[in-house]
Design a protein around this ligand. Structure first.
Ligand code: AHM
Ligand code: MG
Length: 339
């Protein structure tokens, strides 16, 4: 093989190869986490294939049910939720799962062995956008189980983000991307639809400075606290700001808004407001996994007072205010809120 050919082939790094290479750095690794990440990548490919054909396959719209959050369940929510469960329930890698779409824990069926990990996921985040062909995403968090044997329990699920062993998300957008971290930086892969593989396109992602964007639903500004409004003015370059206005971008799919801000620099926030005193977003399936990614990319996530990763969850569907993105912008939010 000539040198040019060799250089070219070295550039093609599939997600499998990348996860394996990372695993080799840790002699104690058993490969089970690696396999769990493959399972999730496969689920991502499956969900991507369905979301991209949703209009044709008549799977847009609601199922007619509401979930535990009181939100309408979309057909694609259900499909994504079932796909993740079906692709992983029998592998012996998980002790228990939890999903934004289920009121209770999701046990591993008795006929299958229980493993050492715990998976929490939001199967299809941003579902209000599904019918309008706007990007949506899957978010996941992986912990090691706390209990030693048998079916996993609530104690295995209710762990602070700090103890996560891996987290990631899949964006179903103009292209499908799988972004994950096992605590050694953040890497992003783009699905090549011709070969059906995720290829490494964004190695070692770091949130750039200076930031460009802020993302929040300003339709609710009249419900926000004065400190969050003051912070927003600061982001807009008004008053005490010593910088130009940041541009606003808000899609309303957390994964998409977060992903853009991670690549371009920016902050996403969904604060507490009069109608949502705990904010809207779920700690376990949305805030904590993205907080893990943000910190690994040099950023920060906070509820306005504490790091999201330090919060000890008390219940499955706990909500939290969220400020996430460039460290400088998130600490500024904390200053406004705590003044
Ligand atoms: P979902 O998990 O039901 O889709 O809800 C979470 C979504 C986030 O993706 C998004 O950032 C937020 O809710 C949008 O909420 P709003 O429409 O109030 O701005
Ligand atoms: Mg969600």
């Amino acid at each position: 093989m000539g040198q040019n050919q060799q250089q070219q082939s070295q550039k093609i790094i599939t997600i499998e190869r990348h996860v394996l290479q990372t695993q080799r750095l840790y002699p104690e690794a058993t490969g089970r986490l690696t396999n769990l990440l493959y399972d999730l990548a496969l689920a991502g490919k499956y969900i991507a294939s369905k979301t991209s054909r949703a209009g044709l396959a008549q799977i847009l719209g609601h199922t007619g049910q509401t979930n535990v959050q009181g939100e309408k369940v979309m057909k694609l929510d259900q499909l994504a939720d079932q796909a993740i469960f079906d692709l992983i329930d029998h592998t012996g890698r998980l002790a228990v799962m939890a999903s934004e779409e289920h009121e209770n824990l999701i046990p591993i069926p008795e006929k299958y062995p229980c493993g050492e990990y715990v998976l929490l996921f939001d199967p299809l985040d941003g579902s209000s956008n599904i019918d309008y062909n706007v990007s949506v995403g899957t978010i996941f968090a992986i912990h090691r189980r706390k209990t030693s044997q048998g079916p996993g329990t609530m104690a295995d699920i209710l762990q602070p983000g700090r103890t996560m062993v891996a987290a990631g998300y899949i964006v179903y957008g103009a292209s499908t991307m799988f972004v994950y971290s096992t605590g050694h930086g953040v890497d992003g892969f783009t699905l090549d639809p011709d070969i059906g593989e995720f290829l490494l396109t964004h190695p070692n992602i770091r949130i750039p400075e200076p930031p460009q964007y802020y993302s929040a639903n300003q339709g609710y500004q009249s419900l926000w606290s004065p400190s969050v409004v003051a912070y927003t003015h600061w982001l807009q370059g008004i008053g005490s700001s010593n910088h130009d206005a940041l541009s606003q971008r808000y899609v309303g799919s957390l994964v998409t808004d977060f992903h853009r801000n991670m690549l371009a620099g920016g902050v996403y926030y969904y604060p507490a407001d009069i109608e949502h005193p705990q904010g809207k977003l779920r700690l376990l399936y949305e805030a904590a996994p993205l907080a893990f990614i943000a910190e690994q990319a040099g950023g920060l996530a906070s509820n306005g007072h504490d790091s999201i990763l330090d919060i000890q969850p008390e219940k499955l569907h706990q909500r939290t205010p969220l400020f996430i993105g460039n460290r400088s912008l998130v600490t500024k939010a904390e200053k406004f809120i705590n003044n």
